[in-house]
Design a protein around this ligand. Sequence first.
Ligand SMILES: Cc1ncc(COP(=O)(O)O)c(C=O)c1O
Length: 404
Amino acid sequence: MTTTPVAAEAASPARPAGDYIARRIQAVPPSGIRRFFDIAATMDDVISLGIGEPDFVTPAPIVQAGVASLQRGETHYTSNSGILELRELLSAQLARLYGVSYHPETELLITVGVSEALLLALMAVLNPGDEVIVPEPCFVAYAPTVIFGGGQPVAVPTYVQQEFQVTVADLERARTPRTKVVLLGYPNNPTGAVLERSRLEEIARWAAQHDLLVISDEIYDRLVYGVPHTCFAALPGAWGRTLLLGGFSKSHAMTGWRIGYVAAPAELLAAMRKIHQYIIMSAPTTAQEAAIEALKTGEPYVEEMRLEYDRRRRVIVDGFRSLGLDCFEPRGAFYAFPSVASTGLSDADFSERLLMEEHVAMVPGSAFGESGRGFVRASYATALPKIEQALERTGRLVERCRRG
Ligand SMILES: Cc1ncc(COP(=O)(O)O)c(C=O)c1O
């Protein structure tokens, strides 16, 4: 008996769609942050200290520059590397701020945010199974992006007792013959830690000794409070083994424009450009024009926003401490990372109850790695009155926990 093709198709059980998904993608759990946002989105009057983006809108002249570029009819691709003027301005800014030298034509690439820059950097250097040492707690995308890039993340915990500063001894314990890269993110999301220059110098010496590359995500470089930012590439001996990532999302309140960059020695940069030109072509033209304006005239806005974050930082840290929650003093980015251990709740239960009972969103620290367990991340990229109200509501939950 012969079966018609249609009958054969109907008879064979359909393969579950999930079976088609590559194993390394299946292995990555969805972001722990998303779930909270989804719940918060269904509620009225939620105060969100959950998200990691400025509450400010992009400064008006920067927006205008984007609009004007569209009105001039600049609606085409740019060069794969990005508009040369933008790279020239960036090169000048990096030299002025940190004394590092990157040739605008061969050592800088404009990307779709640091998010793209990170994936390019990892894809360009990793062979399957290469290990990437990642100090934690850290940005939720680091470990998944290492996996998407073909590598294996190796977490190194940091602790509040050491002010969330990673040491060479910690890194050395995690090093194996397969280690190729160390991925640093300072100022740190979620802890707000800034690595002291002497520690970074030790890391640079250790990386050289073991011939490791360093991917340094410095997206929060302009948001430091009372301490300087040290650019990793500027340290003695570090330039040639550093892939420096930076962007405009946080410093210029430009998250939605999607502009970042990577600066690296020409040969490494060419490898990243090759991937970028095939998968992206060029970063959005309008946004590149806006970024040019940001570099030309945006400096007063950067400082104005930084000062406002600093005011909020002091209010939120004092606020948590006055509720009896231990709170490490963040020196960079725009996050406070208090411990909720004294409430007797886990970080996940605390965040869940805070959202359900008091309509305040904070992110459980364990979303940023095991060593974030017991802490919550509260973003102070939120207006001061909202922060004050959120603290009051948080106080009510803490009080209930204490009373049992
Ligand atoms: C440490 C860190 N790196 C990178 C990013 C992504 O930035 P971008 O908007 O430039 O893609 C974020 C965003 O939250 C971040 O916190």
